[in-house]
Design a protein around this ligand. Structure first.
Ligand code: FES
Length: 155
């Protein structure tokens, strides 16, 4: 895709998802949650999810942030619905590489979030884009640790 077209998609996605973010809200009795703030601005995002067996059945977010962080949280929560814990962690790694400019935007597995590749040009915004993804990563790592503890308890 031509750079100009990519830039337009990047801008329109951020505008659309920051003005009307998807999956914003709170869950009753979530299976996992995590709140993270961006130390450079103090903005905070909280994510919550329900799991069904090993799959993310529902995921939402709340919080305040700039247009990039809100758009990214909206795109991330959309993408993660129905993903297994392993798939979600792999996507988080891929997204992190992408917005740091270490991978090119070829991967269709990231859906529209792939267009946030444009953030790589603005290093101070990488944290904004990554905030909700890091929150989910930490929540899922906690979940995995808990599973490990349970299997130890069962021995
Ligand atoms: Fe605070 Fe982007 S400026 S999250």
């Amino acid at each position: 895709m031509r750079p100009k077209r990519l830039e337009m998609l990047y801008r329109s996605l951020i505008k659309e998802h920051s003005q009307s973010p998807k999956n914003r809200g709170k869950l009753t009795d979530p299976d996992g949650e995590m709140e993270l703030f961006n130390p450079s601005c103090g903005d905070l995002i909280q994510i919550q999810y329900h799991l069904k067996e090993d799959r993310i059945e529902e995921i939402v977010f709340e919080g305040q942030g700039c247009a990039i962080s809100l758009a990214s949280a909206s795109l991330m929560t959309d993408l993660m619905q129905g993903k297994t814990v392993r798939e979600a962690l792999d996507l988080i790694d891929l997204f992190s590489e992408l917005i740091q400019g270490n991978k090119s935007a070829e991967s269709e597995v990231l859906g529209d979030a792939v267009f946030l590749e444009g953030v790589a040009k603005f290093p101070t915004r990488i944290r904004c884009a990554n905030l909700s993804w890091s929150a989910l990563e930490q929540a899922l790592e906690e979940f995995k640790k808990g599973q490990g503890d349970e299997s130890k308890d069962g021995k």
